[in-house]
Design a protein around this ligand. Structure first.
Ligand code: FES
Length: 176
C-alpha cells in the first residue's frame, strides 16, 4: 500500500493543498515513481485518500501522457506527434525508432529496456522534432542523434545529448 510506505510524504503533499482533491496529480506522480506506472490498486487507494471515486482518478490518469496505466520499460521514449513537430519530421523519427527498436507505439521491447509512445505536444514546439525520455527532453532530433541516444542510454543510462528536464518558466517578478 502506498500509504504504508509513504505516509509522511503523502501527509506532506496533502498539507500543501487547501482543497484535498488538488493533491491528485502529486499523489499519482508518487504512485508512478513507486511502481513505474499507476496500478489499479494505487488508483483505488488515492481515490480513498482524496475522497474521489476511482473513475475520477482513472480519467485523470488517462488524460496525462506522463502517467501510464501499465508498466513501461526502463526508458520511456515519448515522441511528440503534434503539428509543429510533425512539420519538422516527427513521423519519420517515429518510423526510425520503430525500425530500430522493433516495436510500435504503445509497446515495450522484449528486454523491457524501451517503451515507445507517440504523444501530444510537450511544449518544446520550437525545437522539434523532439521526444521525452523519462524526465529528460531531447530536441532538434535527427536519425543520427536518435541512434546515438539509444546507444548512450543502453550503455550509460543517460545521454549527453539531452536538453534537460522540462521546467516551467519562473513567474514574472512584480518588482519593477
Ligand atoms: S508540437 Fe511538439 S512539442 Fe509542441
Amino acid at each position: 500500500m502506498l500509504t504504508d510506505r509513504h505516509k509522511a510524504e503523502i501527509d506532506d503533499i496533502l498539507s500543501r493543498y487547501p482543497v484535498r482533491r488538488s493533491a491528485l496529480l502529486p499523489l499519482l506522480h508518487l504512485a508512478q515513481k513507486e511502481e513505474g506506472y499507476v496500478s489499479d490498486a494505487a488508483m483505488k487507494e488515492i481515490a480513498a485518500i482524496l475522497r474521489l471515486t476511482p473513475p475520477q482518478v482513472y480519467e485523470t490518469v488517462t488524460f496525462y501522457t506522463m502517467l501510464s496505466l501499465k508498466p513501461v520499460g526502463t526508458f520511456h521514449l515519448q515522441v511528440c506527434k503534434s503539428l509543429m513537430c510533425a512539420l519538422a519530421g516527427s513521423d519519420n523519427l517515429l518510423g526510425w525508432l520503430q525500425a530500430r527498436l522493433g516495436i510500435k507505439p504503445g509497446e515495450t521491447t522484449p528486454d523491457r529496456l524501451f517503451t515507445l509512445s507517440a504523444v501530444e505536444c510537450l511544449a518544446a514546439c520550437g525545437t522539434g522534432p523532439m521526444m521525452q525520455v523519462n524526465e529528460d527532453y531531447y530536441e532538434r532530433l535527427t536519425e543520427e542523434k536518435v541512434d546515438r541516444i539509444l546507444a548512450d542510454l543502453k550503455r550509460d543510462g543517460t545521454s549527453p545529448l539531452k536538453s534537460g528536464p522540462f521546467m516551467w518558466p519562473e513567474p514574472a517578478s512584480n518588482k519593477s
